[in-house]
Design a protein around this ligand. Structure first.
Ligand SMILES: NC(=O)c1ccc[n+]([C@@H]2O[C@H](COP(=O)([O-])OP(=O)(O)OC[C@H]3O[C@@H](n4cnc5c(N)ncnc54)[C@H](O)[C@@H]3O)[C@@H](O)[C@H]2O)c1
Length: 340
């Protein structure tokens, strides 16, 4: 299958593109490189463009005879979304509208969408099932919730068939060392702890030690990026079999506190991490843990890389060992071919 991977130069999208290629699909990456990296695009053609460029989107969908879209492209930082909410609605909501319009106008009707546990807000109970109320507490979560609602309505009123995958905390790196988490600034816990262990930052800030959790720090459900990538391949297979559209949690059902993560990074790296306590970050709920049986049942998917130790080991290896960064074919050549 020829699959358009929006945001395929980013962290999760690049791992998914590799998994798609391994499963004998052709991933075509479309990315504006706002937070992604051209060197992450290695398993198929690359189009350097924004979601808002609907003319290019339509050309790409037609030129590559795309059959399904995996839609990762988004802004994805909670704190930034509170500082600049409109940018989040522009990229994540208007960007998705542009993509949906382009897809439907050329007859592409299948989408796997990157949603988030941030759509639940502060959960009323743990673990969180898919039918839990969705009351986001930050503009990022709200933008993902809006996008899910658009999929739902386009499923009811047009031909769209979709799976929204609500990831919990993506973590870890490609065990073959080709890809890893490379955000700038890095705000995610595991890479931040690793960078501190490597002495590349003074210390790790632990934001919030007064949460109502066993050790006072926030509890999250960490899911390995390889398991996320595999779920996208399964979701495409699910849609190809004409199954009903739905939203699925992707997590392990296990909660891990910030202090437990720091302890694991110290164990794997053999180094002490200097830490400093800081206030809670606005918009961060105390505990987010998935009820994840539905994805296992529907997609026949089971996390196999997501023990905390494997997550930290793969991330540590990627950050601490020299990375392989290949030369990338210039995207403009591809764009030129599309326009020609
Ligand atoms: N990282 C997590 O823990 C997590 C959790 C839940 C959901 N998600 C979702 O997963 C997706 C991928 O997240 P990630 O961590 O890989 O982030 P990322 O920033 O590494 O990847 C996003 C990619 O999208 C591209 N992009 C952004 N806006 C674009 C636009 N308008 N047009 C074209 N390209 C654009 C960026 O350049 C980048 O390559 C996002 O939709 C995010 O909301 C991530």
């Amino acid at each position: 299958m020829n699959v358009l991977v929006t945001g395929g130069a980013g962290y999760i999208g690049s791992h998914a593109a590799k998994a798609l290629a391994r499963a004998r699909h052709q991933p075509v990456v479309l990315d504006d490189l706002s937070t992604g990296h051209a060197h992450n695009v290695r398993w198929g053609p690359f189009v350097h463009a924004q979601l808002s460029d609907s003319a290019t989107l339509r050309d790409v969908l037609r030129y590559y005879q795309i059959e399904a879209v995996v839609h990762f492209a988004a802004k994805a930082l909670v704190a930034e979304s509170i500082a600049c909410p409109l940018a989040y609605f522009q990229y994540n909501v208007a960007g998705t509208i542009s993509l949906l319009e382009s897809m439907l106008s050329v007859g592409v009707s299948r989408m796997v969408f990157s949603s988030s546990c941030a759509t639940y807000g502060v959960p009323k109970h743990i673990p969180i099932p898919e039918d839990h109320s969705q009351i986001p507490v930050n503009p990022y979560g709200e933008s993902k919730f809006f996008a899910e609602k658009m999929l739902e309505w386009m499923g009811k009123t047009a031909q769209l068939r979709w799976v929204a995958l609500r990831y919990f905390n993506a973590a870890g790196a490609d065990p073959e060392g080709e890809l890893g988490e490379e955000h700038d600034p890095e705000t995610h816990l595991i890479p931040s702890a690793i960078v501190a262990a490597l002495g590349q930052r003074d210390c790790l800030e632990i934001c919030g030690v007064d949460y109502p959790t066993p050790d006072g720090t926030a509890v999250r459900d960490y899911i390995h990026v390889m398991d996320l990538a595999a779920a996208h391949v399964s979701a495409l297979r699910y849609l190809a079999a004409d199954q009903q559209s739905l939203a699925l949690n992707l997590g392990t059902g296990q909660g891990t506190s910030v202090k437990e993560v720091v302890g694991m990074v110290e164990k794997v790296s053999g180094r002490k991490i200097p830490t400093r306590y800081a206030p809670r970050r606005p918009g961060d709920p105390p505990t987010l843990v998935a009820k994840s049986e539905l994805a296992s049942r529907v997609l026949h998917w089971k996390p196999s890389w997501s023990s905390l130790e494997t997550i930290v080991e793969t991330a540590w290896r990627w950050h601490s060992v020299g990375r392989v960064v290949p030369t990338v074919a210039e995207s403009t050549a591809v764009e030129g071919a599309i326009r020609a």
